[in-house]
Design a protein around this ligand. Structure first.
Ligand SMILES: NC(=O)c1ccc[n+]([C@@H]2O[C@H](COP(=O)([O-])OP(=O)(O)OC[C@H]3O[C@@H](n4cnc5c(N)ncnc54)[C@H](O)[C@@H]3O)[C@@H](O)[C@H]2O)c1
Ligand SMILES: O=C(O)[C@H](O)COP(=O)(O)O
Length: 498
C-alpha cells in the first residue's frame, strides 16, 4: 500500500503486518484506532515508531529468526561476487565483450573475514565462511569469548578487526552505538585493499566514506544490500564499477518469507487472543509456563488498581506493588502493569492496557516500585499494592481462588470479598450494634439492592471496615446520608462495571 492508502485503511483493522518498506509512523498509529498489534514480518523494527505504538497500547512483535539463513546466504553471495567480479563480468559479456583479464579475482580461502556482530546472522555467516577455509575474526562486545571460540571466531577490537580483515561484513542492529560504525576514520585505516559487505542496515556505514575509500583505492570493493535511504539516489557510490548493489534482498527468499509470515501470523493470533507473543518488542516477554501461573492474577491485580484509584484521596505520588508466594518466583512485571492499568483506565482518555500502562504511569511522574517475597503466610499467592498520596497511603491485597478474585485486605483490615458486583461501597465505621443495619436501611429506602456484605475489624467494638456489594449506583445525596450517620467516619463507592 502507498502511505496515503495505508492511512485511510488502517483504522478498520486490529492487526497490521509489515516488511521494512512500510513506515509505521506516529500518523499511521494514530489512524489505527482499532490496532492491537503491529507485526514485523522480519527483524528490524526501525520502520515502526515504537514509542507511539507503546503509548497507544499496541503490541509490536517481530519475526527474528525466519530470515537469518537467507541474510547469511545473501552475504556469502555478495562476498563471492565481490571476490570474483561476478556482476561486472556478467554485464560485460552480455554487452558483447569477452574480457577475461579484466576480471581477475581473488580467492577467499586463507583470507581473513571480519564479522561485526556475532548474533544470528553473523553466526551463520561464520559457519559458512569456515567451510570456505577463511580465518575468522569478530567484533561484538556483547558476546562471551567462549561463544566466539565455539563458532571459530577470534574476538578483536573494531580497529584491530579492520586492520586485519580482507573482507569486513556487518551484522549488528542499527542503534546509537552502531550508527556510522564504519566512518571516515575507519575507512582511512582499514587494511589496504579490503572489501566491505553490508547486509545489515545502511546507516551503519558512512556512505561518503565508502565512496572515498573506493575512489582512493583503499577499498577494493563494496557490496551493499541496504542503504541509509531506500531506495538510494542514483550516484557515484551506487553506480561505482567496484560496488555491487542489491535492493534490500537479504530476506527475499521464498523460504524466508514463508517462515517470517508464519512467525508473524502466530504472534498476531496470540496477541489477539490475549496470550503471550514470543517476540514482543515493546513489552517484557512472558514464557508460556510463567504466563500460566501469572495470568489468573491479572484480573486480581487489575481490580486492586481500580479500587485503589476509586478509594484514594489526594494527589497520587507513587505506588508499590508487592508479590508474595508462588507468583513471586517469577518476573511479575505483567502484574505490575495490570495494577497500573486498573488504576489508570478509569481516568484516561486513551485505551490503557498492559503494554502502555507503565509508560503512562511514568509520564504522570509516579514512582513505581516492586517488592517480592517468595513466602506467603496467608495465601498461596498474594498481590498487594500500596498507593502513596498527598494524604497518606492506602493498600489493598487480593488473591485468586477458584477462578475468582478475592479482596482479602484493605489497609489493616483482613476480609474476604469477591468483587463481582458493579459497585462496592467501602464504609469506615465503628463496630457497634445497628451500624450495619443503618447503612442497609438507607440503601433499601433508595431502592439500592445489596448483593453481599463483608466486615473487617481490628478489635471488637473498635474501628471497622464494611464492604457492601451493590447492584445499583449510589447517588451522591445517598452517600451524604450514609456519611452523616453518627458511627460512620467515611464512605466511598467504587465502580467496577465497564
Ligand atoms: N538485508 C536484509 O534483508 C536483512 C535480513 C536479516 C537481518 N538483517 C539485519 O541484520 C542485522 C543482524 O541481524 P541478526 O538477526 O543477526 O541480529 P542479532 O540481534 O541476532 O545480532 C546482532 C548482534 O550485534 C551485536 N551488537 C549490538 N551492538 C553492537 C555494537 N555496538 N558493536 C558490535 N556488535 C554489536 C549484538 O551483540 C548481537 O550479537 C540487523 O541489523 C538486521 O536488521 C538484514
Ligand atoms: O530486518 C529485516 O528482517 C530485514 O532487513 C528484511 O527486511 P524485509 O522484510 O523488508 O525484506
Amino acid at each position: 500500500m502507498k502511505p496515503a492508502e495505508l492511512l485511510e485503511t488502517v483504522g478498520g483493522y486490529h492487526a497490521l503486518v509489515v516488511r521494512s518498506e512500510t513506515k509505521v509512523n506516529r500518523e499511521v498509529i494514530a489512524a489505527g484506532k482499532n490496532l492491537q498489534v503491529i507485526a514485523r514480518a522480519g527483524i528490524g523494527v526501525d520502520n515502526i515508531d515504537l514509542d507511539a505504538a507503546t503509548g497507544a497500547g499496541i503490541a509490536v512483535v517481530n519475526a527474528p529468526t525466519g530470515n537469518t539463513v537467507a541474510a547469511a546466504e545473501h552475504t556469502m553471495a555478495l562476498m563471492l561476487a565481490l571476490a570474483r567480479n561476478v556482476p561486472g563480468a556478467h554485464h560485460s559479456l552480455q554487452s558483447g565483450e569477452w574480457k577475461r583479464s579484466a576480471f581477475m579475482g581473488v580467492e577467499v580461502r586463507d583470507k581473513t573475514l571480519g564479522i561485526c556482530g556475532l548474533g544470528r546472522v553473523g553466526t551463520e555467516v561464520a559457519r559458512r565462511a569456515q567451510a570456505f577455509g577463511m580465518r575468522l575474526v569478530g567484533y561484538d562486545p556483547f558476546v562471551a569469548p567462549e561463544y566466539a571460540r565455539r563458532i571459530g571466531v577470534d574476538l578483536l577490537s573494531l580497529d584491530d578487526l579492520l586492520a586485519e580483515s580482507d573482507f569486513v561484513t556487518l551484522h549488528t542492529p542499527l542503534t546509537e552505538g552502531t550508527r556510522g560504525m564504519l566512518g571516515m576514520r575507519q575507512i582511512e585505516t582499514i587494511k589496504p585493499g579490503a572489501r566491505v559487505i553490508n547486509v545489515a542496515r545502511g546507516e551503519l556505514v558512512d556512505e561518503a566514506a565508502l565512496l572515498a575509500g573506493l575512489e582512493s583505492g583503499r577499498l577494493s570493493g563494496v557490496a551493499l544490500d541496504v542503504f541509509s535511504k531506500e531506495p538510494p539516489e542514483r550516484g557515484p557510490l551506487v553506480e561505482h564499477p567496484r560496488a555491487i548493489v542489491t535492493p534490500h534482498l537479504g530476506a527475499s527468499t521464498r523460504e524466508a518469507q514463508r517462515e517470517v509470515a508464519i512467525e508473524a501470523a502466530e504472534q498476531v493470533l496470540a496477541v489477539l487472543r490475549g496470550e503471550p507473543a514470543r517476540n514482543t518488542v515493546n513489552a517484557p516477554f512472558v514464557a508460556p509456563e510463567v504466563h500460566e501461573v501469572l495470568a489468573p492474577f491479572v484480573p486480581a491485580a487489575s481490580v486492586v488498581g481500580k479500587l485503589l484509584g476509586f478509594l484514594s484521596e489526594g494527589q497520587i505520588t507513587g505506588i508499590t506493588v508487592s508479590y508474595e508466594g508462588e507468583i513471586a518466583q517469577h518476573d511479575c512485571r505483567m502484574l505490575q502493569a495490570a495494577v497500573l492499568a486498573g488504576l489508570l483506565a478509569p481516568v484516561s482518555t486513551v485505551n490503557v492496557n498492559l503494554i502502555n500502562a507503565p509508560v503512562l504511569a511514568r509520564e504522570r511522574g509516579w514512582s513505581v516500585t516492586d517488592q517480592s517475597n517468595r513466602v506467603s503466610r496467608e495465601y498461596a499467592s498474594l498481590i498487594s499494592a500500596t498507593l502513596q498520596t498527598a494524604n497518606g497511603s492506602l493498600s489493598l491485597s487480593a488473591t485468586s481462588m477458584r477462578d475468582e478474585t478475592h479482596i482479602v485486605k484493605f489497609n489493616d483490615y483482613w476480609m474476604d470479598i469477591v468483587p463481582n458486583t458493579p459497585y462496592l461501597l467501602f464504609v469506615d465505621n465503628r463496630d457497634q450494634p445497628g451500624s450495619i443495619g443503618a447503612v442497609g436501611t438507607i440503601a433499601g429506602r433508595h431502592n439500592i439492592n445489596i448483593s453481599f456484605m463483608g466486615v473487617g475489624r481490628i478489635q471488637l467494638r473498635g474501628q471497622a471496615m464494611m464492604v457492601i456489594g451493590l447492584d445499583d449506583p449510589v447517588p451522591s445525596h445517598v452517600m451524604d446520608e450514609i456519611r452523616a450517620l453518627s458511627h460512620i467516619a467515611n464512605a466511598r463507592v467504587a465502580t467496577l462495571a465497564g
